[in-house]
Ligand binder design. Structure first.
Ligand code: SF4
Ligand code: ZN
Length: 731
């Protein structure tokens, strides 16, 4: 154990705690001891303090309590560089630092007595909604871990290289603090690198105190996904252990590591997050709190990521494709703006489509990729090109139903290449290729390389062979499009004709059991998974691809109640797969044994007792709703794999199904929905309203522009004569 690090960390902790005290005193002097303090859109107060101490801080005076605790943790500053045989005092100093940093940051939000945290590209505090969406990927393994980068690289080029390396490994990157007045996020910004949650690059702030956002994110992950309720400091160990075991994070310290950074690093070590530095700070090698080493330095910058992965024990799978640009989910959400565009494909710019069809094995030459017509490098800068991508697949277990499932994945496959922005599908596709990617050598041929490799990798048991042909001459595209369009239409008609009655099997999805152990989605032709990502065909394809995976066929068996949607086979299946906790599920009811909810629902459906009706709110809407709760609050009470009569998580398309809460009379119960959802689904909903003989129903459904208050809503419904008012009582 190092002497210097202990001295520096303890000294740094004293400085940060003193700074928090000063800020808090000033805030209380100016605004009073009872003035409210809060981070935006969270139910976890100051999440780190809440997780550790169970304190539900809502007023300035509550911060005094946290500060007092932080002060009590501070070890005396060593008068010289002492040697400490154990980590205790350093870790205490680290914890004190994090409490103080969270106070400093919440004061910025509550009183604006410092720089605005969300200034420019800085994102500041992570809201609960984002935490649910992103944190789950960390907990269930889609993201192998997160890196908190503190400081800046010596050059912008090195900064870019380092984050690309992390992005390619699907590692989430949090950025904070400056060295020599600069933070790595500033360097990325100068280089035009797109930052934000969608690219896995999250700049918290340039203040060292903003590093606490990475740790209060981790603490909330334990509470949200681990179901750990904070009680007090004695129980805090559980939260720290959850992080050590489930959230694979590490700190990369770039540049000068001052006292404050040492202190913050000591806080990270308490979570089991090791620190790798590029400068010569003293190492803490004995293992104990962290899985392996605590602090390793100095490490050459080009080796830092590998070193961190090694000492944190991360298991990684990288898609290494033979293409000239980086590839991975971190690039999926990346946008290519017009001025950066080398080539437009489809959209309003050119005729384009993508089409996957089954062929006999003898007619497919596996891995054959052809580009017929001009290649990407000959399109004039900023111009457009016609495009048809036809993918022929063969496989003994391939079925016509899987064509659309596979074809829909082209979007993810191509988007994950840096510099390709892919939206839409079929003959509605719109693609942009960036100048940077084209300069790196990206060609249409590589589109084929990507799609071929990913089809074989992700669907190994149904795709034996695949070949890709890309046409870029208008006459070819025009000649080929009728065949594709006829196939699209046939698929749609077949799917539209499918009902829950017309099939013998439904499919389960248990993918969310890793964090909601009793949750099972039952997916039928007329009810999709509540995350919105899996319909019946997807379930069918997935269960064939991997019979031992998260999706299994459920033989419906005898129908026990056609109105509520109860089947013998479904009941038995759910009972077994929910660890014998859920004894009955009514697929079409929100009141009687409704489906369980995990945490990734697209929307939440809820009863509004005052109106005898239901409301629906989508993720992403942060305003108030007539049931008196915002989405984030509702989500907290609905999730976790429980049945909560009166509340239910659903996929947004379920709204347009004939089986939409048919046990409670369906769509006519819907009295309020968000404007965004109403607009997005307007065509389909209007059609449903006509089908159920209530063509004016759509206009009677209120949204937030009419009211978010239950009483006002009831009055409005009366005025427009909404049918819910005359229906049998819901409760
Ligand atoms: Fe599967 Fe349901 Fe989870 Fe979606 S929400 S991944 S359908 S279990
Ligand atoms: Zn889920």
């Amino acid at each position: 154990m190092s002497k210097i690090i202990a001295t520096k960390a303890i000294r740094g902790a004293h400085k940060i705690v003193a700074r928090a005290k000063e800020d808090l005193t000033k805030a209380i002097d100016e605004s009073g001891i009872d003035s409210p303090v809060a981070f935006p859109d969270t139910n976890y107060y100051l999440p780190f303090a809440y997780a550790m101490l169970g304190i539900k801080a809502q007023k300035a005076k509550d911060l005094l309590e946290i500060l007092k605790y932080a002060e009590s943790l501070l070890p005396p500053i060593p008068t010289e560089n002492i040697w400490l045989p154990y980590l205790g005092p350093t870790l205490d100093a680290g914890m004190a630092t994090l409490f103080a940093e969270e106070i400093i940051e919440v004061l910025k939000y509550s009183f604006g007595n410092a720089v605005t945290p969300t200034h420019d590209y800085w994102v500041g505090f992570t809201t609960d909604a984002i935490l649910r969406e992103q944190g789950i990927k960390l907990v269930d393994g889609r993201m192998p871990g997160f890196a908190a980068i503190v400081g800046a690289a010596p050059t912008n080029a090195e900064a870019v290289r380092m984050v690309r390396e992390l992005q390619e490994r699907h590692i989430l990157v949090f950025m904070s603090a400056a060295s020599d007045g600069k933070c790595i996020a500033q360097q990325l910004n100068e280089e035009g690198v797109q930052m934000g949650w969608e690219t896995f690059l999250v700049p918290h702030g340039n203040d060292i105190a903003s590093t606490v956002y990475a740790l209060n994110f981790a603490a909330r992950a334990a509470m949200t996904f681990g179901g750990i309720t904070p009680k007090g400091i004695k129980e805090a160990r559980e939260i720290l252990l959850y992080n050590k075991n489930r959230v694979h994070a590490f700190v990369l310290a770039l540049g000068d590591v001052d006292d404050e950074k040492h202190a913050t690093a000591a806080g990270a070590i308490s979570f089991g997050f090791p620190v790798v530095a590029d400068t010569d700070i003293d190492q803490i090698l004995p293992t104990g709190v962290c899985r392996y080493e605590h602090v390793v330095s100095p490490v050459a910058r080009e080796k830092m990521v590998d070193k961190a992965i090694e000492i944190r024990g991360l298991k990684l799978s990288i898609d290494k494709l033979d293409i000239p640009v980086p590839y991975g989910p971190a690039f999926e959400g990346e946008r290519v703006r017009r001025p950066q565009t080398a080539c437009e494909i489809g959209g309003k710019f050119s005729k384009a489509f993508e089409f996957l069809r089954i062929k006999k094995a003898g007619d497919v030459e596996n891995g054959k990729i052809q580009v017929i017509g001009p290649e990407l490098d000959t399109v004039p800068e900023g111009g457009a090109t016609p495009y048809a991508m036809i993918v022929d697949v063969a496989g003994r277990k391939m079925q016509p139903d899987f064509e659309s499932v596979l074809e829909r994945r082209f979007h993810n496959f191509l988007s994950e290449a840096m510099g390709i922005m892919h939206t839409g599908q079929r003959d509605m596709v719109w693609i942009r290729v960036s100048k940077e990617a084209r300069k790196a050598g990206l060609l249409f041929k590589h589109f084929g390389v990507i799609v071929h490799a990913k089809l074989l990798k992700e669907f190994p048991s149904i795709v034996d062979k695949a070949q890709v042909t890309i046409y870029t001459k208008l006459e070819d595209v025009a000649m080929l499009v009728p065949e594709a369009q006829a196939a699209y239409q046939e698929r749609d008609e077949r799917l539209a004709g499918m009902t829950d009655e017309s099939v013998d099997v439904f499919y389960s999805c248990k993918l969310c059991q890793s964090y909601a152990p009793t949750h099972v989605c039952v997916i039928s032709p007329e009810k999709l998974g509540l995350c919105g990502a899996y319909n019946w065909l997807d379930g069918k394809a997935a269960s064939e691809i991997n019979p031992l995976g998260g999706n299994e066929p459920i033989l419906k068996g005898q129908c026990l109640d056609p109105v509520k949607g109860e089947w013998q086979g479904v009941t038995e299946y759910i009972y077994q797969k929910s660890n014998k906790t859920i004894s009955k599920v009514s697929m079409y009811s929100i009141m009687d044994s409704p489906s369980t909810s995990c945490g990734c629902f697209e929307c939440i459906l809820a009863v509004i007792p005052e109106t005898n009706g239901l409301m629906i709110v989508n993720r992403g809407y942060s305003g108030m709703t007539p049931c008196g709760m915002k989405f984030a609050v509702l989500a907290g009470s609905v999730g976790g794999g429980n049945q909560t009569p009166g509340f239910m998580g659903v996929g947004r398309l379920y709204l347009t199904s004939k089986k939409f809460v048919s046990a409670e009379d369906g769509l006519k119960r819907l009295v309020w929905m968000t404007k965004e959802l109403k607009e997005a689904l307007s065509d389909k909903l209007n059609k449903r309203c006509i089908e159920i003989g209530a063509p004016d129903l759509f206009d009677k459904i209120a949204d937030e522009t009419i009211t978010t208050d239950a009483q006002e809503l009831a009055a409005y419904l009366k005025k427009v004569k909404h049918p819910a008012l005359d229906m049998p009582p819901l409760m």
